[in-house]
Design a protein around this ligand. Structure first.
Ligand SMILES: Cc1cc2nc3c(=O)[nH]c(=O)nc-3n(C[C@H](O)[C@H](O)[C@H](O)COP(=O)(O)OP(=O)(O)OC[C@H]3O[C@@H](n4cnc5c(N)ncnc54)[C@H](O)[C@@H]3O)c2cc1C
Length: 374
């Protein structure tokens, strides 16, 4: 598929499938497994995967655009889809010799992927994870508890980060591929994230789960550094998702402003009413420009650590400020569940946490700024 065909497929998937079902998924506590088969049939689960594995071999910039479109309909569904495709991409690059057993199925949605770093007691402080990987003949045995993992409800192909040394020692953290169909995997409860049920965030337990040496995706020491580099992409596509959510809210508020009359004229004819839209549109234009420029640099193989951190800090700020203002501009109508606005509002809160909280990112920007100015 060409980039244009992928973008069109994403828009169609958002309009024809996500939008009509998203509120029901929220109320039912999650999206159905069928979601992944439909996403696969639309060509959206192998965006960055080579054609030889059934993927679309597209750039990161295309992926960011797809993220913006999908999140405009539902942030949780966008996260579910992208997290699964990320595992396909990771397998192709980190373990090409075993990728054939998993990636074609991930691309068609017959398998579902997720990536698990967080634990009940360790979020921002990633190095504090205690899931243990103990060396065993031919591989490793993993034991531990993961929490707040997108797609935990459905995933069977899981990238797990685990400690091979003492807790707190980042040089001991490795990345391992878990096949949830093998013994020693137990799916746990849902995290119950309000407004984001469709992302299927939840817990799972590993009990002496065996991982062969061929399924080590990142050796102890290298894995920690690799995730710090990979996470730059995640920060950028989450920022793109914020553009999508705020853009969707602008369109919804604008339509309401045309149809609702107050003091004898449509709402949008009141100058101060229009400012909420103008402020939001201006913020989105700036954020989108930052994301597009950084995405192009990432595709050229350049270091985007600073731009990615700044984009996500700005994205959280913009979504957390503009979404409430746009809901307010719709009066009581803005509170109705027929719109995605309430879900977007909670998603804006999650944006401030996922892939590095705003405080962690400010620390990163501060360090890089001090280095640049020293
Ligand atoms: C919807 C959703 C989906 C997620 N998906 C995944 C996933 O797929 N895989 C995965 O591994 N994890 C996932 N997470 C977990 C996410 O990465 C964590 O929520 C995040 O790392 C923050 O950790 P925490 O929630 O434990 O907060 P904590 O680390 O407990 O922090 C609480 C608050 O304190 C602040 N804080 C912490 N330390 C400092 C400090 N040193 N200085 C100043 N402030 C500080 C934080 O910024 C935050 O505001 C998801 C979370 C959500 C909400």
């Amino acid at each position: 598929m060409t980039a244009d065909a992928i973008i069109a497929a994403a828009q169609d998937f958002a309009d024809q499938y996500i939008t009509p079902h998203a509120q029901a998924w929220e109320e039912q506590g999650g999206l159905p497994r069928e979601f992944f088969a439909r996403a696969g049939a639309s060509g959206l689960l192998g965006l960055e995967v080579p054609a030889s594995f059934g993927g679309a071999a597209q750039s990161f910039a295309v992926k960011a655009e797809v993220c913006e479109i999908l999140a405009g309909a539902d942030f949780g569904a966008a996260m579910a889809l992208i997290n699964s495709q990320n595992v396909a991409k990771k397998l192709v690059t980190a373990a090409p010799e075993i990728a054939g057993a998993y990636v074609p199925d991930l691309v068609i949605g017959a398998r579902v992927g997720c990536t698990a770093l967080t634990e009940p007691h360790a979020g921002s402080d990633f190095a504090a994870i205690t899931t243990r990987a103990a060396a065993a003949p031919g591989g490793w045995r993993l034991t531990g508890h993961k929490a707040w993992i997108v797609n935990a409800a459905h995933a069977d192909t899981i990238v797990v980060y685990a400690q091979t040394k003492a807790p707190g020692d980042a040089s001991g953290i490795g990345a391992f591929l878990i096949d949830a169909r093998a013994p020693g995997f137990q799916r746990g409860t849902a995290s119950g994230s309000l407004g984001l049920q469709s992302c299927g965030a939840g817990e799972f337990q590993l009990n002496d789960h065996f991982v062969p040496e061929t399924a080590v995706l990142g050796a102890p020491g290298a894995a920690f550094k690799a995730i710090l580099a990979e996470i730059n992409g995640a920060r950028l596509y989450v920022a793109a998702m914020c553009c999508g959510m705020v853009e969707a809210a602008i369109r919804i508020a604008a339509a309401w402003g045309r149809s609702r009359t107050a003091f004898g004229v449509p709402l949008h004819e009141h100058q101060s009413w229009r400012f909420a839209l103008a402020e939001a549109a201006t913020d989105v234009a700036g954020l989108r420009a930052l994301v597009h420029a950084a995405a192009a640099r990432l595709d050229r193989g350049e270091d985007v650590q600073l731009a990615a951190a700044q984009a996500k800090i700005l994205a959280a700020r913009i979504a957390q400020a503009r979404l409430p203002a746009l809901i307010h501009a719709m009066g009581a109508e803005g509170l109705k569940p027929r719109y995605p606005l309430g879900r977007h509002l909670m998603a804006a809160q999650a944006v401030g946490l996922v892939d590095g909280s705003t405080e962690m990112l400010l620390e990163r920007v501060a360090k890089l700024t001090m280095k640049d100015t020293g």
